[in-house]
Design a protein around this ligand. Structure first.
Ligand SMILES: Cc1cc2nc3c(=O)[nH]c(=O)nc-3n(C[C@H](O)[C@H](O)[C@H](O)COP(=O)(O)OP(=O)(O)OC[C@H]3O[C@@H](n4cnc5c(N)ncnc54)[C@H](O)[C@@H]3O)c2cc1C
Length: 184
């Protein structure tokens, strides 16, 4: 047993006990922190019922919101890719062909959907980008998109129609303004 002697030590001990008692009254009993982080006040309100999964790092991919975002991203990405091919020169320089090859490989590496990017990487390894001409690039793009379609059990696209399918509306010449140059 510890014996406390001396007036100063007793006063210090008393002060410590009073402090602990006041702290208990103000803060309540001590709780060991939970292994799971709880959302900071207000976060749950903003993020809805997924907030816990988001903060603890659990996958939220199976949820509908995420699947929808993945599909939207895919549609937009394919559109950019196919339209890029449709605007590529029919007779590219070596440097232009190299630029397209790099673009496709970087597109794959940086694609924001990780599992999509991983699978597309395997497709690229088997079927490297065809960059010798606009037609070659467009047909290649159609072919690899069909591989992804097949994997996702989506219908095959008829690649003979690819030529008309991707007109970005970004013609080189500006359309003549109506009324411009006409007699008053
Ligand atoms: C590189 C890449 C990899 C992907 N990998 C995955 C994945 O692993 N898992 C996943 O869930 N999602 C993946 N996606 C998304 C997926 O491919 C679709 O974009 C998404 O599911 C939406 O499909 P959708 O039916 O609206 O049509 P999309 O496949 O997005 O096609 C959009 C439009 O393009 C046209 N089209 C269809 N096929 C072709 C073709 N062969 N050539 C030219 N035009 C065509 C059609 O008009 C179609 O409506 C990937 C997307 C990209 C860009």
């Amino acid at each position: 047993m510890i014996r406390i002697t001396g007036l100063k030590a007793r006063v210090a001990l008393l002060a410590l006990l009073v402090f602990a008692f006041v702290a208990f009254l103000l803060l309540g009993p001590y709780e060991a922190p939970s292994r799971h982080l709880s959302p900071p006040t207000g976060v749950g309100k903003k993020l809805g019922h997924n907030s816990e999964a988001l903060l603890t790092g659990h996958a939220i991919a199976p949820r509908l919101g995420n699947a929808t975002a993945k599909a939207e991203l895919g549609r937009a990405a394919w559109k950019v890719l196919h339209t890029t091919f449709s605007r590529f020169p029919e007779k590219p320089t070596e440097e232009e062909s190299e630029a397209l090859r790099s673009y496709v490989h970087l597109f794959q590496r940086l694609y924001p959907c990780g599992d999509c990017a991983e699978h597309f990487g395997q497709v690229l390894a088997k079927y490297p980008p065809q960059v010798s001409s606009r037609t070659a690039a467009a047909m290649w793009g159609c072919y690899v998109h069909n591989i992804v379609n097949k994997r996702l059990k989506k219908p095959e696209f008829n690649c003979e129609l690819i030529g008309d399918a991707y007109d970005c509306g970004c013609a080189d010449e500006e359309p003549a303004e109506s009324g411009k140059g006409t007699a008053a």
